[in-house]
Ligand binder design. Structure first.
Ligand SMILES: C[S@@+](CC[C@H](N)C(=O)[O-])C[C@H]1O[C@@H](n2cnc3c(N)ncnc32)[C@H](O)[C@@H]1O
Length: 219
């Protein structure tokens, strides 16, 4: 049986620059999926706080945060080809050595590839809201996701989610507050810059919410 995914792969238009990036830059700045844990030091060759972003989209915020935080290492996970290509071009342009892109289902990456208690933060910016009730099962934020995310965060690590859908914000509040390993927090690991989907939400008059939870030091 096919698992229920949190995305539908729409091809969209891949620009020539994105196509070239996927061919030429993915070997340089990409990470291949593997179903075994891979630590930050194995990937980046140093010991530094590790941040995982789920659904980096076109990667504008992702690249800006990595540039602003050279002290930390970042893995951006995204399934959408044009978005991956766009982020690869940003990495090349800014010569970032602390950001890698992984084109794969983020849930599987989190579950199989990320060691437990290893992340300083998880970034989940404007995940698809799946507004229709019959599609709610596709939402990434579910009880199982909350437990998985909490397990992968280091004690004190932060889960930072943003959304422009009030109904999804309420859903996140309910789901994350039921996870015993997580406690509500007031701020995140890094300053978030405006994303493409945030700008779209604002144009539609939506209220933007940033929500933070921290993994408890002791359960
Ligand atoms: C609404 S967009 C937001 C993109 C970006 N964070 C922004 O704010 O502009 C959600 C993104 O998450 C990606 N996505 C959804 N589920 C995913 C999953 N399980 N693994 C990887 N990417 C996923 C989609 O491909 C899409 O690009």
């Amino acid at each position: 049986m096919r698992p229920i995914r949190s995305y539908v792969l729409r091809q969209g238009r891949t620009t020539p620059a994105q196509k070239r990036a996927l061919e030429e830059l993915l070997p340089k700045y990409g990470l291949g999926f593997r179903a075994e844990p891979l630590s930050g030091p194995e990937i980046f060759g140093r010991s530094a706080p590790l941040v995982l972003e789920i659904g980096s989209g076109m990667g504008e915020t992702t690249a800006a945060i990595a540039q602003a935080r050279p002290d930390a290492d970042f893995i951006a996970v995204e399934v959408h080809g044009p978005g991956v290509g766009s982020l690869l071009n940003r990495i090349e342009k800014a010569k970032l050595s602390n950001l890698k892109v992984l084109r794969h289902d983020a849930l599987e990456v989190l579950e199989k590839m990320i060691p437990d208690a290893s992340l300083a933060a998880i970034h989940l910016f404007f995940p698809d809201p799946w507004p229709k009730k019959r599609h709610h099962k596709r939402r990434l934020v579910q009880a199982e996701f909350a437990a998985l995310a909490a397990r992968k965060l280091a004690p004190g690590g932060v889960l930072h989610a943003a959304t422009d859908w009030p109904d999804y914000a309420e859903h996140m509040e309910a789901v994350f507050s039921r996870e015993p390993l997580l406690a509500r927090a007031g701020s995140g690991f890094a300053e978030r810059l405006e994303t493409k989907f945030e700008a779209r939400g604002k144009r539609l008059g939506h209220e933007i919410r940033d929500l933070y939870w921290r993994r408890r030091i002791r359960p």
